[in-house]
Design a protein around this ligand. Structure first.
Ligand SMILES: Nc1ncnc2c1ncn2[C@@H]1O[C@H](COP(=O)(O)OP(=O)(O)OP(=O)(O)O)[C@@H](O)[C@H]1O
Length: 304
């Protein structure tokens, strides 16, 4: 099967700064893929190279088998990119913007699809409004609509929900999920890790231009073994039986790392016997955020 995206030994330098450092990555058709990383990791640079907006210093990148340089037009036709920055032409209405964008891809009769996108992005009522009169969140929705006018098989969303309210986020994700179920490949960058965790099947974590983790979402989230038992006590001091357990403390709020359910039992019986009152108790499962934080810490320790 031709990969949706194939990147080999891709590098990008801005003077002495290495923004991408020999990145290899293959994303298969139909994947819902998360490209994560802290600010400045190189996500937008990678996306710009795929969209033909930035030239790589070395290496190759292709979209649905078309090289982004030598097969630029074919690659671009198959890719829809929602950019992070709000860029728009203030002189047109929402609908005109989408008709013009369709024209770039040689699509003359695209009204039915444009209506459908406007509906899903809750922009139908704004179809005839001038773009400059839209709120920030609506402008972002229009960017998403623009990226979808040519029904590209591969869709890259760079921080699509920044500044978008909760209601719209839900309907936006529903729409993107539906596109994914219809076979579109989705690549998402976001700093909302719970969104990535809920939506994506596979994930790459970039840091300083390098991929430091690449796995299925399930494997990555469960790569951290164990749970955290969090409880609020009547005392700042833990009973002596628990003092040597790994964990941390913030006043009367204590978090203990535990391996399995038998340790929950042990911890609770030690607390009961000590006579210290327990006000609140929670068992926290590992999530993408905790794994991400760990990866960042481990990598900094390794590179220090
Ligand atoms: N045009 C440019 N000139 C010089 N340096 C650049 C340029 N574009 C990006 N960089 C640098 O390249 C590195 C990667 O930036 P990039 O925007 O790709 O990161 P990012 O992962 O998208 O970050 P964010 O999450 O903040 O959007 C950063 O150190 C950035 O300062």
């Amino acid at each position: 099967m031709t990969p949706a995206i194939e990147i080999q030994r891709l590098g990008k330098c801005y003077g002495a700064l290495v923004a991408l450092d020999n990145v290899d990555l293959v994303i298969q058709p139909g994947e819902f893929f998360a490209l994560l990383g802290p600010n400045g990791a190189g996500k937008t640079t990678l996306i710009s190279i795929l969209a033909g907006l930035t030239r790589a210093s070395h290496g190759t990148a292709s979209v649905m088998g078309y090289d982004v340089l030598s097969g630029y037009r074919e690659a671009r036709k198959r890719l829809g990119v929602v950019p992070q920055e709000l860029v728009y032409d203030p002189f047109f209405t929402v609908r005109e913007t989408l008709v013009i964008q369709s024209g770039y891809f040689g699509l003359k009769r695209n009204d039915v699809w444009i209506d459908e996108i406007l509906h899903h992005l809750d922009l139908t009522e704004k179809a005839h409004a001038n773009v400059r009169a839209l709120s920030g969140g609506m402008k972002r929705r229009l960017l998403i609509a623009q990226a979808l006018v040519h029904k590209p098989p591969v869709i890259i969303l760079d921080e699509p929900t920044a500044g978008v309210d909760v209601d719209l986020r839900q309907s936006l994700w529903q729409f993107i999920r539906q596109l994914n179920l219809q076979g579109h490949t989705i690549v998402l960058t976001t700093h909302y890790l719970e969104e990535a965790e809920a939506l994506c099947n596979r994930v790459a974590v970039l840091k300083q231009g390098k991929i430091i983790a690449l796995d299925s979402m399930h494997n990555l989230v469960h790569s951290t073994r164990g749970y955290t038992l969090e409880f609020r006590l009547s005392s700042e001091k833990l009973p002596s039986g628990l003092q040597a357990w790994p964990g941390k403390q913030d006043g009367c709020l204590h978090s203990l790392k535990i391996k399995d359910s038998s340790e929950i039992e042990t911890a609770l019986s030690i607390l009961r016997e000590s006579g210290i009152q327990v006000f609140d108790i929670k068992l926290l499962q590992p999530d993408l955020e905790s794994v991400f934080m760990k990866l960042m810490e481990a990598d900094s320790a390794g590179s220090a």
